[in-house]
Design a protein around this ligand. Structure first.
Ligand SMILES: [Zn+2]
Length: 91
């Protein structure tokens, strides 16, 4: 822990999808493969990107960014479908 003195921990943020505050207290000082990255919490990142296949090219971080972008798009699509079909009345 001595080599981590003087570093600032990663800042907390609010998830863009579920609006929960992500507490980065235990995330440490480095970004790892499972560290939540703003603006998505870990749950939303995994849940909304479940429909995409693993990208085959690029570095791990590039592939993760593709999945995060897909997750945001999927959340928007889900919200739009919910709004459209919530007005649908079955006669
Ligand atoms: Zn979330």
């Amino acid at each position: 822990m001595d080599n981590e003195k003087g570093r600032e921990r990663l800042p907390d943020f609010v998830c863009a999808i579920c609006q929960r505050t992500v507490d980065m207290q235990w995330a440490g000082y480095r970004i790892r493969k499972d560290t939540p990255l703003a603006p998505l919490c870990a749950y939303c990142e995994h849940h909304y990107s479940a429909g995409i296949g693993q990208p085959q090219h690029g570095s791990f971080r590039d592939r993760r960014e593709v999945k995060r972008g897909f997750a945001l798009a999927e959340a928007l699509r889900t919200a739009a479908m919910h709004q459209k079909w919530s007005n649908h009345v079955i006669a």
